[in-house]
Design a protein around this ligand. Structure first.
Ligand code: ITT
Length: 189
């Protein structure tokens, strides 16, 4: 099985490669621009993105819309995570949370997968907390300020460990369950 990972984000590509390597799925990184609609739902962004790509006759691919939802900021940056990371960055998010008692947050990853003419959309989550300061050099994006266990940040753990517990790792497990169902289904009623 071969899937194109369509994204502009090299951090995502590395995580998908690492996840899929052990699952017998070959991945190819492909950069194809497509319109990302403005929506408050990751699933809607992914659904419309898949539609755009299929209109261009592209098949057997994965797209990923993800984000960090911080409870005391009412889910911000959420679907605006990429823009917020590029503008105010982790330092800006920490400033917004200055003095916040509730530092809980959830990472979400919505995968849209087109495989042999079938569309699968799954969403993985990972709950945790926002640390008081940035820590670590691994990973990308919000990894230095997010901790799944309240002690180490995602940027302080190796990629293999992050994949075991992360929103993206969770989404890949859900996706593989769906793909397996479809592979054993022979089309007969
Ligand atoms: P593509 O749309 O091209 O895939 P992108 O970086 O713009 O790349 P998103 O629109 O899904 O991707 O933006 C989500 C942002 O959330 C991303 O840019 C990161 O800053 C952040 N993010 C997502 N997953 C993350 C993770 O596992 N660790 C840290 N930050 C993450």
């Amino acid at each position: 099985m071969k899937l194109s990972i369509i994204t502009s984000n090299p951090g995502k590509v590395e995580e998908y490669r690492h996840c899929f390597d052990g699952l017998g799925v070959e991945t190819v990184h492909t950069k194809i621009p497509y319109d990302e609609v403005q929506s408050s739902e990751l699933e809607e962004v992914v659904g419309k993105g898949m539609y755009e790509l299929k209109k261009k006759s592209i098949s057997n691919f994965i797209i990923d819309d993800s984000g960090l939802f911080i409870n005391c900021l009412e889910g911000f940056p959420g679907v605006w995570s990429a823009y917020v990371q590029k503008t105010i960055g982790n330092g800006g998010v920490l400033k917004l949370m200055d003095g916040a008692a509730d530092r809980s947050a959830v990472f979400k990853c919505c995968i849209g997968c087109n495989i042999d003419g079938n569309d699968i959309i799954v969403t993985g989550t990972c709950g945790g907390t926002i640390l008081e300061e940035s820590r670590g050099t691994e990973g990308f994006g919000y990894d230095p300020i997010f901790s799944h266990n309240g002690t180490e940040s995602f940027a302080e753990i190796p990629i293999g460990e992050k994949n075991k517990i992360s929103h993206r790792g969770h989404a890949v497990s859900l996706l593989m369950e769906e793909i397996k169902k479809y592979l054993i289904y022979d089309g007969k009623p």
